[in-house]
Ligand binder design. Structure first.
Ligand SMILES: C[S@@+](CC[C@H](N)C(=O)[O-])C[C@H]1O[C@@H](n2cnc3c(N)ncnc32)[C@H](O)[C@@H]1O
Length: 230
């Protein structure tokens, strides 16, 4: 990803000069089950390539079936680092039976609960990226409490309630290294477009003074750590 936009460029314009995934990786991303549109995926990929230059792990909260993980894994492979992706694999509130984003194909019939882990593993295998990902199965706040290291990028795409988004922000934003990136998905300033919890943590990051906005692509916000703080 190129540096922060010059005064003549909007954040959207900088994306045109950003690194792109190979056609094979893009095809794997598009074929994967998940929620991320291509435009946002390309912005995430560009952020991951840039953050990869720090040589630190790239961390995702909210694996689901691995759609966005493919992009982080490919950027990690290129940088000689690793993508770490955290999920309990039981689905968010809006993915449970009877809700808008439920997919019966990812219910484990034996236990009667969602289990996206098998689909995630098939996704990564098909993309040839298994060796570049550490998958952590667990609840984000519990994992964050035992996580000790700095990371080059944190991508927050987990639970979308205030409780979950706040936990993800407070648990993982402190791990972003100086110069590293904090990426938040599903940021909707207008409540008519979607839930407000990701928007609220995005505002907290900006108001902390530790993060500066780098790019805006639809609902995906990329922020850089430019000061210590949270
Ligand atoms: C919107 S989906 C992630 C979509 C994925 N990034 C993609 O590109 O398709 C949200 C995921 O977050 C997970 N999740 C929700 N709350 C969580 C929590 N507290 N800890 C770990 N994972 C959580 C859910 O199980 C679900 O798989």
């Amino acid at each position: 990803m190129s540096a922060a936009p010059t005064p003549e460029q909007t954040p959207e314009q900088t994306q045109e000069q950003s690194p792109q995934p190979s056609p094979e990786v893009l095809a794997a991303f598009e074929a994967a089950k998940g929620f991320m549109p291509v435009r946002e995926g390309l912005a995430l990929y560009a952020a991951a390539v840039e953050a990869g230059r720090l040589g630190l792990p790239l961390l995702e909260v909210g694996t689901y079936c691995g759609r966005s993980t493919i992009l982080l894994a490919d950027a990690a492979r290129a940088a000689g680092t690793v993508a770490v992706t955290v999920d309990h694999h039981r689905g968010s509130e809006e993915q449970q039976p009877g809700w808008e984003y439920h997919d019966p194909a990812v219910v484990d019939p034996e236990v009667g609960l969602m289990d996206t882990l098998p689909t995630f593993r098939r996704t990564l295998h098909a993309a040839g990226l298994e060796d570049h990902v550490i998958a952590v199965v667990g609840r984000s706040p519990q994992v964050a409490r035992v996580w000790a290291g700095r990371v080059g990028l944190v991508f927050i795409d987990g639970g979308h309630t205030d409780e979950h988004a706040t936990n993800d922000y407070e648990g993982w934003a402190p791990c972003v290294a100086e110069g590293g990136l904090l990426v938040v998905h599903d940021v909707f300033p207008d409540p008519a477009d979607g839930g407000q919890a990701p928007y609220r943590i995005y505002l907290r990051a900006l108001e902390s003074g530790a993060f500066t906005e780098v790019s805006v692509t639809d609902s995906l916000r990329v922020l850089r750590r430019t000061a210590p703080g949270i």
